[in-house]
Design a protein around this ligand. Structure first.
Ligand code: CS2
Length: 462
């Protein structure tokens, strides 16, 4: 039997659940990209904030690409469970924060109406790095941003709010981009300047885009996870998310209107997110991507296996402690060395089964903020980065197709361009075409060229 509003009473008593009345909650948030990460992070915080007495922050979920999430969640009336998994076992909570999910391309008017509803105050985003439609120099790529991007829906919703003399929205990016708030404001502004310049002015005056740092490791839920969960909780949950006990959400306290009291349930509202964000991107995500490309080619499937490989462990520690850490400044009260220790412990969680191939996806979109910024800082100070360069070489082999036989096709929006550059025989050119804004690293770094050239000599392109 499947989880839904009608069957929820049959859930096993061990499942923790919210006490608020879902029927009475008006949607206050429109969320784009309602995948597993959002459900395990912002929706979980919002659910608990409503449980503490906050009202009318139900989430109206929008799926930009796949109809899958709507099929998982709507037959369950938006209900799903979150399971925190560690060596200590599984702890499951029922989440009621998501009111419904719609597929943007199928119900465009419903998305616009939700954005323009007087009760809506926040439009939040987990659309992944590629969802921002950036060109290699970081500006908005008008071709990518055309019909089905988030900007189109946001523009239509904001236009309707202005016409109805409603206040602006907070656009809350929860993606792993450096300075995600500023980037969102700039890209949205560029889109509006092209399509509706007067709305661009209204947007700049009435809306805000706070920066956020979001952190929780959320492996893709598998069929085996769902079966195991059903046995334990007594109902089938097709929208279930499995995650680690750890979670962190730091955001800039700069909202255009009201917001949930997320701080009551552990979120941190600060004046400046940059230090948290850079540490997370360069240490956690930087190490993750390195473990992915180096680990896959060494035959590992999961993060915990890769980090237990003695050769990789040394390299990852070097990447974090000797290459990334010196480029970072700690936030007040933050101990970056202890942060690295905690990350290594999180990576080692064997129960989580976090697949390296999941992290390897979309490398061209992730690498600039995870590795290249660190590399550029070190280069300016004349310091070598052997661990990062080893990781880069592994990424190049990955996009060349060296892992295809075992791990499947390269999943990256720039895969064809990168493959073409490889066929031309110049991996540095591949990097150059993918990362225009970091071009100077490739033209200036003798180290990088030496590593890449050696790597190219070692192996035959497949
Ligand atoms: C991972 C992230 O898939 C990836 O690229 O590095 O999703 C990572 O698990 C999260 O950022 C952790 O907060």
């Amino acid at each position: 039997m499947r989880l839904s509003a009608a069957t929820v009473g049959r859930l096993a008593p061990e499942v923790e659940r919210f006490a608020y009345d879902r029927q009475l909650q008006k949607p206050g948030i429109v969320h784009f990209g309602i995948g597993a990460f959002h459900r395990a992070h912002q929706a979980w915080y919002t659910d608990r904030a409503m449980d503490c007495g906050d009202r009318d922050w139900a989430i109206f979920g929008v799926s930009l690409r796949s109809p899958e999430v709507a099929r998982q969640m709507n037959p369950q009336d938006g209900l799903y469970t979150l399971t925190e998994r560690s060596a200590a076992g599984d702890a499951t909570r029922l989440i009621g924060a998501v009111a419904k999910v719609i597929v943007a391309s199928e119900q465009t008017e419903a998305v616009i109406a939700a954005l323009a509803a007087p009760t809506t105050s926040i439009a939040s985003l987990t659309i992944t790095e590629k969802g921002y439609c950036r060109a290699a120099d970081g500006s908005l790529d008008p071709a990518l941003a055309s019909e089905s991007s988030v900007y189109r829906y946001l523009a239509a919703g904001l236009r309707r709010r202005r016409e109805a003399s409603l206040r602006g929205l907070t656009l809350l990016s929860c993606d792993n981009l450096a300075d995600n708030g500023t980037q969102t404001a700039r890209l949205m502004g560029e889109y509006l300047e092209r399509h509706d310049p007067t709305l661009a002015t209204w947007f700049a005056d009435e809306c805000t885009c706070p920066a956020t740092m979001v952190d929780r490791i959320v492996p893709a839920t598998t069929a085996a996870d769902r079966d195991r969960l059903a046995d334990r909780i007594g109902l089938r949950d097709d929208a279930a998310v499995i995650t680690e006990p750890f979670t962190q959400w730091v955001m800039e306290d700069r909202f255009a209107g009201p917001r949930p009291r997320w701080e009551a349930v552990g979120a941190e509202l600060v004046g400046d997110v940059a230090a948290y964000e850079n540490a997370k991107l360069r240490l956690l995500n930087g190490a993750h991507s390195a473990l992915a490309y180096l680990g896959l080619e060494r035959g590992h499937t999961f993060v915990h296996e890769a980090v237990a490989d003695p050769g990789l462990r040394i390299l990852i520690e070097r990447l974090m402690r000797e290459e990334a850490l010196p480029t970072l400044s700690a936030a007040p009260g933050q101990d970056l060395s202890a942060y690295i220790d905690a990350l290594l412990a999180r990576f080692a969680n064997p129960a989580l089964e976090h697949r390296l191939i999941q992290i390897a996806m979309d490398g061209s979109q992730k690498i600039p903020q995870r590795w290249l910024a660190t590399l550029a800082d070190n280069q300016r100070r004349g310091r070598a980065c052997p661990a990062l360069l080893a990781a880069l070489a592994a990424w190049l082999r990955h996009v060349r197709g060296d892992n295809v036989a075992r791990w499947g096709l390269v999943d990256d929006p720039l895969a064809p361009a990168l493959a073409t550059a490889w066929q031309g025989g110049d991996p540095a050119a591949a990097l150059f075409s993918a990362q225009g804004q970091f071009a100077d690293i490739w033209t200036m770094s003798d180290d990088a060229h030496a590593v890449l050239a050696a790597d190219q000599g070692d192996r035959q392109p497949s």
